[in-house]
Design a protein around this ligand. Sequence first.
Ligand code: FES
Length: 188
Amino acid sequence: MSDACTRRAVLKAGIGLGLGSRLTPTSAEGQEDPTAIRPKEGDLLVKPGDSRKTPLTPDDVPVGARQIMAWAMDPSDRIVRSGSRLNQLILLRLDPTALAPGTRARAADGVVAYTAICTHNGCDIDDWLADQHVLSCSCHFSTFDPRDGARVVDGPAPRMLPALPLKVVDGTLVVAGPFTARVGFEVG
Ligand code: FES
């Protein structure tokens, strides 16, 4: 079985358990798990695996190149919101003049942020087609245009990727608001 098929099988199992539409997990005491709360206004961004939790700046995102992964981090207690895969983010730095007006309004120095979860069946957005300047999901080859709200260019994905608005504060990337739409994928 290929990696993609294995991943699909895992996802189907997740759908059966209702994970595709789950709400924020709670602890045994019924409190929200802060690592699984969706990114909030004021959060910083960090690279996965960065033990120093260094906040990302626009210069950390390569210009005109494939996406990098990131997590949001609460600036007050430095808790990284990596407790839910639905919080995975992709960042790209694009020419601001090439962005559609709505996308430009959410960008910070050309950096745009989207969910890393494909809106079709929930695979990771794992590829970048440099010649077309589109994001791609290799499970069923949906492609998305990050210059225009990550609208669907091709493939079975039913809707654009939810975006996460950004701003720059004191040279650092900061979340400017919640996701523009529900993060996740279609069940069934
Ligand atoms: S999960 Fe099917 S195209 Fe992404």
